[in-house]
Design a protein around this ligand. Structure first.
Ligand SMILES: [Zn+2]
Length: 310
C-alpha cells in the first residue's frame, strides 16, 4: 500500500513538474486520437475543405502529418494546443502538403512552444527549414529580444528521409514509412503509426501502390487519398491548363475505387477517404464516394471532412 502511494505521489510530482511546459489538451488521455485537419486535395484555397493535414494525439503529444495551408489554425479549431506539437512528418513536397510547414513551427513557437520539435520528410527539408528561419529572422529575433522567447532554431531537429523503413519510435508510437508512387515527385512517403491501442496509416499522395498495401497490412485505420474520376472534367474546366492538369491528376493519384481495392488487399479495419479531388464539387455526395470504394472494400468507409475525429 505504501509502495503504491509512493508511486502515485511520484507520478503526480512528474505531471506537476512538466505542466508549465505543455498545456493540457482538453480531455487529455492516453487513447490515441486521429483528427483530420484538412481533407481537400490540391493547393487552391477553398471554403469547403482545408489543405492536407492530420494530427495524431496521444499522451498529450501531437504528431502532425502534412502541413497544408491553414494547419496551425485547424489545430486550434481541433482544440489541440500548438505547444504540444512534438513531431512533424511530411509525405512529400507538394504545396498542398507543405505550404505551412515552417508556419506551423513558427506560429506554435509564438503560441508558447518551447520544447523540442523533430521534423521528418524528403530532402531538401533541411534547407527549407533553414531558409524559412532566415526569411523570418526579423520577427524571430525581435520576439526573442522583446518577449523573452527561447531561440527557435535549436528547438527544431530536421531528419531528411529518402528510403522506406523505420522512422522513429518513442514511448507513444512506432513510426514506419514506405515509398509510394507519386510521379514526378520523388521521394514521396506513406507513414504508419503503431500505438499501443491502434494503428493508423496515412497514404500521402500516390497512385495505386503495392508498397502501401504492405505498409497498411491489418491497420485499424487507413487514410487514403482519393479522386472521383467522373467529376474531374468539371474540376479542370475552371483552369486554363485543363488538359495537362487532368492528365497529371490521373497519372499520380488513386481513384476512390482503387482506394477501396487497396484497403481490401491490406485487410485494414476502416478506410477513410481524404485528400479528396475534387474537394468541393457539390454534385459529388459522400454517398457517391462511398459507393465507389464499396465496390471493393467490405469494411467501414468514412468520407473525410475537416476536424473529424476518427
Ligand atoms: Zn502531391
Amino acid at each position: 500500500m505504501e509502495h503504491l502511494s509512493r508511486r502515485t505521489f511520484l507520478a503526480h510530482t512528474i505531471v506537476v513538474a512538466s505542466a508549465p511546459l505543455l498545456p493540457a489538451l482538453e480531455g487529455a488521455s492516453t487513447k490515441t486520437r486521429l483528427i483530420l485537419l484538412g481533407t481537400g486535395g490540391g493547393p487552391r484555397p477553398r471554403k469547403a475543405r482545408s489543405a492536407s493535414a492530420q494530427v495524431i494525439v496521444t499522451n498529450n503529444t501531437a504528431y502532425v502529418i502534412d502541413c497544408g495551408n491553414g494547419v496551425a489554425r485547424q489545430l486550434v479549431f481541433a482544440n489541440v494546443p500548438l505547444p504540444i506539437v512534438r513531431h512533424i512528418f511530411l509525405t512529400h513536397h507538394h504545396s498542398d502538403h507543405n505550404a505551412d510547414y515552417g508556419n506551423l513551427i513558427w506560429l506554435a513557437w509564438e503560441s508558447g512552444l518551447s520544447t523540442r520539435v523533430d521534423t521528418w520528410g524528403p530532402p531538401p527539408l533541411d534547407t527549407m527549414t533553414k531558409l524559412f528561419f532566415e526569411m523570418n529572422a526579423y520577427d524571430i529575433e525581435t520576439r526573442i529580444k522583446n518577449e523573452g522567447r527561447v531561440p527557435i532554431g535549436p528547438l527544431v531537429h530536421v531528419h531528411e528521409k529518402s528510403e522506406s523503413g523505420s522512422v522513429m519510435q518513442d514511448e507513444n508510437v512506432r513510426v514506419t514509412a514506405t515509398l509510394v508512387d507519386h510521379p514526378p515527385v520523388f521521394p514521396a512517403f506513406a507513414y504508419r503509426f503503431d500505438a499501443s491501442d491502434r494503428s493508423i496509416v496515412i497514404s500521402g499522395d500516390t497512385r495505386p501502390c503495392e508498397n502501401l498495401v504492405k505498409l497498411a497490412q491489418r491497420a485499424d485505420v487507413l487514410v487514403h487519398s482519393a479522386m472521383y474520376v467522373p467529376a474531374l472534367d468539371r474540376l479542370v474546366a475552371r483552369v486554363p491548363n485543363a488538359r495537362t492538369l487532368k492528365a497529371s491528376i490521373l497519372a499520380h493519384q488513386t481513384s476512390a475505387e482503387d482506394a477501396g481495392r487497396i484497403a481490401q488487399a491490406a485487410a485494414v479495419k476502416t478506410l477513410v477517404l481524404s485528400h479528396l479531388v475534387p474537394a468541393d464539387d457539390p454534385e459529388v455526395t459522400d454517398q457517391m464516394w462511398i459507393d465507389l470504394a464499396r465496390r471493393y472494400f467490405h469494411g467501414p468507409i468514412i468520407v473525410g471532412r475537416d476536424l473529424l475525429e476518427i
